[in-house]
Design a protein. Structure first.
Length: 252
């Protein structure tokens, strides 16, 4: 029989400790669009891969980045329909918290709420896990920036920079090699780091990207296509200059 009899029920562990339905949900995440998050000193950036939209489809209806409250926003990889349910629940929780406590949610609080919702769907019959991974970021009331990731199992962790979705490992390795505290002290460098990481797996440049930034005490801002083109052109120029320097060193 092998493991096949254990992959039909969410609540049954296999003999070697696997919950197969949760692992299958994580595979669904790996097939989703790449999403990158970078936390700077005074800015947080989310960048996602934008898939080609059919000619007659309204582009505004295809969004991988959305706001949960005035100070917190989210990107996701995986099943868009599942994301819509979690986004609505998170927005309701943000408003409910504000009405009850008279303070906005902290980024960790709304992350924990989202992760708890996901975990609940791994522990009861008649349901399936949410097939999405979320990058949740923003600023707490004291102005501290945060970046969290949740996965289909309901776990969550805080990161300085991270990626999820298709080829997330490649992007994460790039971030691990190039992230420094000095680099993210600058807003421009933080945005460029997110774009460079995404360009590791996105070949079509600015037209295949969706990028959102939030600065301290400011609202969420989606970067327009011409702004993205400008950043990508600068990155390409820097790459060419680096290649030229390497060439000269080799010739010496």
């Amino acid at each position: 029989m092998g493991d096949s009899k254990y992959d039909r029920a969410i609540t049954v562990f296999s003999p070697d400790g696997h919950l197969f339905q949760v692992e299958y949900a994580q595979e669904a995440v790996k097939k989703g669009s790449t999403a990158v998050g970078v936390r700077g000193n005074d800015i947080v950036v989310l960048a996602v891969e934008k898939r080609a939209v059919p000619k007659l489809q309204e582009e505004r209806t295809v969004r991988k980045i959305c706001s949960l409250d005035d100070h917190v926003f989210m990107a996701f990889a995986g099943l868009t329909a599942d994301a819509r349910i979690l986004i609505n629940r998170a927005r309701i929780e943000c408003q409910s918290h504000k009405l009850t406590v008279e303070d906005p949610v902290t980024i960790e609080y709304i992350t924990r709420h989202t992760a708890s919702t996901k975990q609940m769907y791994t522990q009861s019959n008649g349901r399936r896990p949410f097939g999405i991974s979320c990058l949740i970021t923003g600023f707490d009331d004291d102005g501290t920036p945060h970046l969290y990731q949740t996965d289909p199992s309901g776990t969550y962790h805080e990161w300085k920079a991270n990626a999820t979705g298709r080829s997330a490992k490649t992007v994460r390795e790039y971030l691990e090699q190039h992230f420094t505290e000095e680099l993210v002290a600058s807003e421009t460098s933080t945005i460029k780091l997110a774009l460079k990481a995404l360009l590791e797996v996105v070949q079509s440049g600015a037209k295949s990207m969706e990028v959102a930034v939030m600065r301290r005490n400011e609202e969420l801002k989606m970067l327009q296509h011409d702004e993205l083109e400008k950043y990508v052109a600068e990155i390409e120029k820097e790459k060419e200059e680096e290649a030229e320097k390497s060439k000269r060193k080799l010739l010496k």
